[in-house]
Ligand binder design. Sequence first.
Ligand code: ARG
Ligand code: ZN
Length: 885
Amino acid sequence: LTIYRKDYTPPTYRVDTVEMGFDLDPDLTRVATRLTMRRNPDSRNKSLVLFGDSLELVQLRMNGKEVGKRGYTLTNGVLEIHNAPEQVTLEIETATHPNQNTSLMGLYTSNGNFFTQCEAEGFRKITFFPDRPDVMAKYTVMLRADKSRYPVLLSNGNLVEEGDLGDGRHYAVWEDPFKKPSYLFALVAGQLVCQEEKYKLQSGREVLLQVWVEEGNLDKTQHAMDSLENSIRWDVERFGLELDLDRFMIVAVGDFNMGAMENKGLNIFNTKYVLANPRIATDTDYAGIESVVGHEYFHNWTGNRVTCRDWFQLSLKEGLTVFRDQEFSADLIGTESGRAVKRIEDVRVLRQAQFPEDAGPMAHPVRPDSYVEINNFYTVTIYEKGSEVVRMYQTLLGRDGFRKGMDLYFQRHDGQAVTCDDFRAAMADANDRDLSQFELWYSQAGTPHIKADMQYDAGIRTYSITLTQSCPPTPEHAKKQSFHIPVAVGLLDRNGRDMPLTLEGQDNADNGSAQTTLVLELKEQSQTFVFTSVAEPPVPSILRNFSAPVVLDVEYADAELAFLMANDSDAFNRWEAGQRLAMRRMLALSAAVQGDHALSNAQLDEGALGNAFRATLRDTTLDPAFCELALTLPSETVVAEQMDVIDPHAIHAVRVFLRRALASTLKVDWLVAYQSNRTPGTYSPDPVSTGKRGLKNLALSYVLEIDDADAHRLAQNQYDNANNMTDRIAALSVLVNSTAPGRDAALAHFFEEFEHEALVIDKWFSLQAMARNTDVATVRELMKHPAFTLKNPNRARSLIFSFCNGNPAQFHAVDGSGYEFWADQVIALNAINPQVAARLARTMDRWRKYAPALQEKMRAALLRVASAGALSKDVLEVVTKSLAE
Ligand code: ARG
Ligand code: ZN
């Protein structure tokens, strides 16, 4: 059942050309495929093997002759053809049932239209094929379908022919000029309309850009189109990579397992990452669209032109492409504070989701050694930690060095299927650097910890920083070797200014002006770095811009944190100092709550937190977007990760208490922030307006903690007068968490107003799922709402995932009803869509960290799922690993 990286062998046959003919019918689609293949001299094994999944094999011919029952074996989705010669032309006819395909892998229908999803192993649900990424071929595809029902017929590459077939049917032939692995195949057919633009590339070549949506949504495509044009421009400017196609299409589909898919020339997107206008989309949605459009477009080079040898190398394309989309978004904002805000947001995601993954039963290296179901490995570790690993090359080599490495990577590997080692070798060779130890970032799971100990010697004016690394055990490795970690460091003088830095044993002379941030390279378990000519004891700013995905332990005094928060030139560490201060207070208060001590406002005032918040709120020179992040307390999940035994109820009580205390102590300041960050006039999702709305709506949420008539009026007013979804949903969400008299009416009004906008109804469910007073019974009630369905992944996520992952205090109800609910939904989803079910199954990852009473009930729920019948590989892998000792 388990597949191991070490078992990789080259394919036995190469495929040169793939010709496919589809007779599209929702009940029964016939697919005729002709493959020209030749034996691979690099393979010792000579057997011709193809994979198929949930397929009817109608006919099989080899070199013009029918292959009889004795000519092949077909077991567990593996089709082996006996005695195949060196050169083979295979003709395969298969049949599938798109209407019944609720897995949303392979060929399926969504709202009556046809779509495909082939990554990672969906192509084998369309035809038998050596469905592995290191088999690259050229595709020609003919689509045939009823003309009135399916007027639009799309596939990869260029449209080379189209016409009528008589009897109401028509056809289109598409040819992809580039060879590609099967996971990048796509087709779309149905009633769709597009916004299109001609775009002139830097080279002068003109390309056709299209964004395809269902009728009625053409007023929601402009932002996706703008994002696509920005992406095309950026990839040339930053990496010298130009679009290689004459036509680039984006298609939106309402039923989709993930965010989007980078199929060559025909990207298919979850509607969530395409459709936007001010009425339905929030600032966050606009930003998400920009980054996902960028991400899929950037895959055209990092993923498609250079692809993965096998699925263990997934982060080769995903980590690199996330890094690229993060840099794209940062560059688009343009300002230094904007870049920092983007960096902080990305690190928040890492801490919220990847750190827990790396400490739990599903922990795996960025390049895993084994898997049961590859779909379970599209994880925050592969994506987000993978991106951090790529970012570390840039931190170690500099921007120019990183670019040299990228250039060499493409020079060497264009058109190939390669490994993470190939990428690392390109980075090392292009810069003449030894990056052998850096390999451990790919092979060892777990989040490294760095302890920093400082010493100032006034006599000889040196300041030494001793860095000591360790990494907790993970499922594959109990003992870890030392990582190669870039640690960016600065030193602040008493006025809060950066000191010029001289590192002992390093020649700074050729640097010209002295640097104020140095990247220390920690390679040993423990190393001491000595700074010379340090005139006074500094306050250290360590791990600037979060230069490595690690946990940094430093013993700062409260006053030092407040000092860093006010003065550090590194905006990331200014934010970080505030978070440390808040975390310290939240952990102390949690301990107090658990010791049965009542919380009182005095506990806020004696701390530095209130003062630090006040200072931030009153500093009008600060970027509002930064302020919003600095004034947001660490999430309940992030606090939970800091506790030896997670107490979700204590954490929730403390977070609410602190928010209320900060609300009343700083009431006037919040109201001022609210008023001074209004953005009157036409809505625009630019960074400045977005930042202002963010801070204004955070202020609103604090004010609503006071929960009095004035607060209610403020929120109701905003709800009634909002001219955009950001302000509208912000107001609704605080109303829902309050005792405002207008609460229920607003919820009802919102539903009526947006009943026909699926993405907005998702928000409506999600907001209720995460509301403080929404318990398990309420969620079960909401599931009965006519607008709810488990079949649509977005809708399932909006209610069920939002509750199980986004409402910890209610989900962890002491009677275990939340866990029973979870088990019910995992089992129900397993029968519909294994991928979505397995995602929900991950909710229980951290069950061993809870108090025994909760643990026992979580284990019971896990066992119930594990013993349910007909479990998919996807769910089975997750619950088995969760329960493993
Ligand atoms: N390659 C896609 C992306 O990163 C994700 C597709 C994953 N799909 C899946 N079924 N596992 O944009
Ligand atoms: Zn991707």
